[in-house]
Design a protein. Sequence first.
Length: 259
Amino acid sequence: MKECDSASTVDKAIRILITLANENQEMGTTWLAKKLDIHKATVSRLLIRLADHEFVYKNKETGKYWLGPAIYQLAMTMADVNFNDILHLARSHIDELRDNLQETVTLEVWLGNSTVPTYSAASEHPLKVVLPPGEVLPLHTAAGAKAILSYIHAEKVDVLLKGELEAITQNTITDKTALREKLVEYNKLGYATDEEELHLGICAVAVPIFNSIRQPIAAIVVLMPSSRFSEKLNPALISTLKKKATVIGTEMMKRGIRY
């Protein structure tokens, strides 16, 4: 095989994987061939090779393909490295915010269809919020997740929010149109809130952290009992969080941390 042919084959395989990831659902050979404008036989051959290495798998019932365990393993390895780098960098800043605000402060990192609290500095206030690190948070409820979503292109948001939105509490926004409107509002404000949408009695406010190409990758989240939320949510708090998010994002760029 000529070098140019090999490069073309690799390019087509990469395009198949990217399309499967972007569509976020199983796809058939015919649909992929039409979508990518690649001959069906070529797509079929590449899918078989990708399946051999577990980059995709074939659903025997539907005959369609989806991302395989090798992709998940690579993603989790990369996420683990980035989690550790971001955590090491942000820990002191999160602690400082906790001490200044006297509320629990969490670093929430975006991971695909959810966000995950990777570090939480618990308040010393007698009435405080403590959430376990590593809890997977749904995108439509958590303040950090919504702060991140508010800076993502609308078409990508539609893909991420595919399916019904679960009503976790009576305050959870389950109407997608209403949620999209809130995301537009959050984008203009530069922060997002969770007003007892994930846990009754708990409210949160979050600002996004951006990488070097201005993509939201994480969020700083302040969690507190709902009884203190209206008092604490003020311009000074938002300004403090935005400044700290900028500091963390800048330090990530200086240290070459990519996510």
